[in-house]
Design a protein around this ligand. Structure first.
Ligand code: CDP
Length: 221
């Protein structure tokens, strides 16, 4: 199995980089943040309070999740737009701190990768917890102001200040939680993309993947 793990804080460019890297390498791409967002969406829609750990965990185990190319369908309802909205963004860190929700998502992510022989997988705990044997672990980061600017540009209906506040709050929650917090895996390549363009980041990562894959083949053969 060939997994490329991309972790990092909100707005660090994981989705853009992950999608394009998968294209270049001919692998499939999985946005695990969309999975946690989908659980938060389902809770809100079902009138379940995100802090009610038991009911939220049951819901996570029960829901049908269809992740497509930028689309997310939750129990037959297209949630692609709503999962990116402020209401879900407010609830998602609480849902993601729930250990039973994490266990369920982890097993779905592993099954997804096993079915495809790997892929480019993006999130917070992919290299550190879900796929410790990933061929390459990347920790993408950038200055908080740059990350907020990038995100504010994508979300044209939200002001910079509210985007910056949301990212800062989620980063603190994701780094501070007790189950699978956002950390740099010990063997991760840390890449600060503050002053880097997408192409530059991609070229660097493709070169690293090729190097790692060749080294693996040599050591196994
Ligand atoms: O795209 P953005 O960086 O805003 O966040 P995301 O990747 O969509 O993830 C949304 C939230 O899901 C994060 O703030 C985390 O709380 C949670 N998450 C997680 O806990 N573990 C993952 N592997 C992916 C996301």
């Amino acid at each position: 199995m060939r997994v490329i793990a991309i972790d990092g804080p909100a707005g660090s460019g994981k989705s853009t980089v992950g999608r394009l890297l998968a294209e270049r390498l001919g692998l499939t791409y999985l946005d695990t943040g969309a999975m946690y967002r989908a659980v938060a969406f389902a809770a809100i829609r079902g009138g379940v309070d995100p802090v009610d750990a038991g009911p939220v965990a049951q819901l996570a185990q029960r829901i049908d999740l269809q992740l497509g190319n930028g689309t997310v369908v939750v129990d037959g309802v297209d949630a692609s737009v709503e999962i990116r909205g402020p209401e879900v963004s407010r609830a998602v860190s609480t849902v993601a701190a729930n250990p039973d929700v994490r266990a369920e998502m982890r097993s779905r992510q592993r099954a997804w990768a096993a079915e495809r022989g790997g892929g480019v997988i993006e999130g917070r705990d992919i290299g550190s917890v879900v796929f410790p044997d990933a061929v390459l672990k990347v920790y993408l980061t950038a200055d908080p102001e740059v990350r907020a600017q990038r995100r504010a540009k994508e979300m044209t209906d939200l002001a910079y200040d509210s985007v910056a506040a949301d990212l800062a709050r989620r980063d603190a929650a994701d780094q501070g939680r007790s189950h699978s917090p956002l950390v740099e895996a010990e063997d991760a390549v840390v890449l600060d993309t503050t002053g880097m363009g997408i192409e530059e980041v991609l070229d660097h990562l493709v070169a690293l993947v090729e190097e790692r894959s060749a080294a693996r083949e040599e050591s196994s053969g």
